[in-house]
Every structure is written in C-alpha cells, then in structure tokens.
Design a protein around this ligand. Structure first.
Ligand SMILES: *[C@@H]1O[C@H](CO)[C@@H](O)[C@H](O)[C@H]1NC(C)=O
Length: 356
C-alpha cells in the first residue's frame, strides 16, 4: 500500500518541520505558553503559519480582515498580550493569496489551506492516533479498493471535512489533521461491512467494533486543536463517495447468493474490490435469461443510487464553497460539537485581536 505509506511519510515530515519551526520561533518545540497544547505540539500560531485551516487567511471577514488596525499574534507569540503582527505575517506562506482588492482592502484567499491542513497535525497525540488508524485501516483498504479510489475518497473526505468546519466553526479557531480523511476511510469500511454482510463470519461483532471506533474518535475530536466538523464532514463524504464508487452490495449483485464465478459483475466494476476471499464458489445458472433481466433491472436501480450519491457530493461541495466565499455560516453553539466546555478549551483557539 504505497499510497498510505507516502501520505504517512509526508505527514511525519511535516510534523517534524512544525516542531523545528516552533523551536526556532519560541525556543521550545512544544507550546506551553500562553496555554499548554494538550496534543503535545506546537502553538496554533505556528500551525496557522504553516497552512492549517484558519478562515481569516482564506476569505474576507467583515471587521477582521478588512480592518488594517487590528494586530494579530505572530508565529513566535507565546503570550496573549503582545500582538504585533499583521494578518499577512501570521498567515505566512510568503504572503501568497494575501493581496488587496480593488479598494485596497486586504483580500485573503489562501484556499489551499483546505488541502494543506490534511497534512498538519496539532501534536504527538494527534498524529500518533491518526497514523495508527491510517496504517492499519488505510493500508487494508488501499489494497482492497485500489490506489485511485482510495486517493479520491481520502482527499475528498479531508477537504469536505475542513470545508464544513470552515463554514461553521468560529473564525478564530484553527484546525488541522488527517482525521476527516480517516473518517472517510472509516465510512468506507462501514459500507464494506453493510454491502457484504453475508460474507462476514461475525458481522454483528464487526459492526460493534466499528461503532466503538467511531464513538472514540468523536470523543477525541472534542479536544482542543481538533475539529469534529472534519470528522462529520469526512464521514458524510465517505458514505456518499463510497456508495458511488465501491462495488455494489452483494444483495444487488447476487440476491440468490449464487456464484459469479467467471461472470463479470453486473455493475461492471472490476474484481479488485472488497474482500471476497473466494467464499462464493461453484457453478450456477446465473446466466439464464430470467436472471439476466433481473440483474439488469437491479443494475439500473443501483446505478441511480450511485448517481444520486455523486450528485449529493457535488451539491455538498458547491453549497459549502459558495457559502464560504460569501463569508461562511455562523452558529453560536456549533463550537461545542468540536470542544468540551471545560477549562477554557472552547475559547483557547480564539485568536484574540487587539486594536491600536
Ligand atoms: C516575533 O516576531 C515579530 C515580527 O515577526 C517581532 O517583531 C517580535 O519582536 C518577535 N518577538 C519575539 C519575542 O521574538
């Protein structure tokens, strides 16, 4: 599974670069001031500077990006009361995408943060947990469904998750991590189970394990520096794209439980698909005219389901991108989907701005 290894290698390299930068800026690779980063990693300012999803760098926000008298923390900041940087300096990336509009107002457009943030992690706890899941589940799935489908779902889920968070988390909160992509992968695994229920030895037990995994991940997503919107968005995209791209359910392909040996699957997908491990063997009369008619009807029905799922993916991206361009949605309680209201965690990501 070379893709999973490549992605993981990039993520580790980027994390090391984060620690080096953090050390260079503040003298300590781990953020302890102004607040300890419970993920055990760099400050959110360094994460923002290196490409985390941070909406003020990505689209104009009334009262924040258009007010040049506001000062922001610097990447080297270790306290809340010494904001001396401009937004452009905080966003970094050689000020790419940080131009001005026709009126001379700052017009931040670092849209690629929806992608780069997938490769940044908030700390050791975050990256270790993600890599364990990625190397275990991701490697299996890459083998089963092939590099292309795996890559498409991985990227679309990651971006889809950050897009949801970009619309609904408070603008001051930066977000990073591959968790959205991994939730897409978890969704694929869940679909595999549901589509091929009959082929599992103990499907109920497998389902239970899936549910436990998902619940644990959602709880971890409540920690600061993580973004549960990524999980929710990634999971939605994973389910939809999985429905569109994976081999059709066994019940559709073979409702009588007969064999497909030597016969190309009705949905035309290749055989490099989810695990069958030769459970279904033997000859059958699957080629009789009656069965072929049945099968072509099912083929159309499932084809319609696939198209609908694909349509929903397009609508999801179109609506959220359009809404983001217009300034994003707002939702006062939404932040609690993404943090626990203990200590000051729900506010610790808030970039406090000062005017002079
Ligand atoms: C942090 O960087 C800013 C500008 O990049 C600089 O003005 C400031 O002195 C630096 N602060 C520290 C503590 O090094």
């Amino acid at each position: 599974p070379w893709l999973v290894w490549t992605l993981s290698t990039i993520q580790i390299a980027v994390f090391i670069a984060e620690l080096v930068n953090m050390g260079k800026y503040t003298g300590s690779p781990i953020a302890t001031k102004p607040s300890f980063n419970p993920m055990i990693g760099p400050s959110s300012y360094v994460l923002i500077n290196m490409g985390a999803r941070f909406t003020p760098c990505m689209h104009p926000i009334k009262g924040i990006t258009d007010d040049s008298s506001i000062n922001f923390p610097c990447p080297n900041s270790t306290s809340l009361d010494t904001n001396v940087c401009t937004l452009t300096e905080l966003c970094g990336m050689n000020a790419m995408g940080m131009g001005v509009d026709a009126e001379g107002t700052l017009d931040p457009r670092q849209w690629w943060r929806f992608i780069t943030s997938i490769f940044l992690h908030a700390g050791f706890v975050h990256i270790i947990f993600n890599l364990l899941l990625q190397l275990k589940l991701g490697a299996d799935l890459e083998r089963d469904i092939g590099v292309i489908r795996f890559f498409v779902v991985y990227m679309a889920s990651g971006i889809g998750g950050f897009l949801l968070g970009g619309n609904f988390t408070p603008d001051g909160i930066a977000s990073s991590g591959a968790s959205g992509s991994l939730f897409g992968i978890i969704a694929l695994d869940l679909l595999d189970l549901i589509f091929n229920w009959e082929t599992y030895k103990n499907p109920a037990r497998v389902l239970l394990i899936h549910i436990v995994e998902i619940v644990i991940s959602f709880v971890i997503g409540l920690l600061p520096g993580l973004d549960n919107f990524s999980h929710i968005g990634g999971f939605i995209i994973g389910i939809l794209l999985g429905t569109a791209l994976l081999r059709s359910p066994l019940k559709i392909r073979d409702p009588e439980g007969m064999s497909f040996k030597g016969i190309r699957t009705a949905d035309g997908s290749d055989d490099k698909s989810f695990s069958f491990k030769g459970i279904f063997g033997g000859a059958s009369d699957a080629g009789s005219p009656q069965t072929i008619r049945d099968r072509s009807k099912r083929w159309y029905v499932w084809g319609a389901v696939r198209l609908a799922a694909l349509g929903l993916v397009v609508i999801y991206f179109a609506l959220l991108i359009a809404n983001f361009e217009k300034g994003g949605g707002s939702c006062s309680w939404c932040k609690y989907l993404s943090c626990l209201p203990v200590y000051d965690w729900c506010d610790s990501g808030t970039i406090s701005t000062t005017t002079n």
